[in-house]
Ligand binder design. Structure first.
Ligand code: THU
Length: 128
């Protein structure tokens, strides 16, 4: 699936965001190495710390379906241009890739998409 289409799916997913506390909707679509895609949105809780980010929601669905190698992640928020993944999500994406340089993070900037690698966003990443 091309990255424009991946972003469209992230935009669609953001519409299901449950974010009554922050009012900051996020959608994500993860592309796995076999070409399969999974979407997720953020969902919050009145106990704030239980919030799940859109990226980790999408990745959780992929894991549940037996897919563990990420190729790309598209992230979208109607509230912010270029909604970068938070630090926790960067680390979770790192867990499910072989090489940070081979994973593309796709963001929306106006009418355009911009592509970063995970290596750019998470230099000197931690692994056990
Ligand atoms: N959020 C995400 O879904 N992904 C990120 O990478 C950054 C933050 C969500 C969490 C929370 O529901 C809202 O955005 C505001 O922090």
């Amino acid at each position: 699936m091309n990255y424009e289409k991946l972003m469209e799916k992230a935009i669609e997913a953001s519409k299901n965001s449950y974010s009554p506390y922050s009012k900051f909707a996020v959608g994500a679509c993860v592309l796995m190495d076999d070409g399969s895609v999974y979407t997720g949105c953020n969902f919050e809780n009145s106990s704030f710390g239980m919030t799940i980010c859109a990226e980790r929601n999408a990745i959780g669905s992929a894991i549940a379906d037996g897919k563990i190698k990420i190729k790309a992640v598209a992230i979208y928020s109607p509230n912010q241009q270029k909604c970068f993944p938070c630090g926790a999500c960067r680390q979770v994406i790192h867990e499910f890739c072989e090489n940070d340089s081979d994973v593309d993070i796709i963001l929306k900037n106006g009418e355009n998409i911009e592509i970063y690698t995970l290596a750019q966003l998470l230099p000197e990443s931690f692994s056990l």
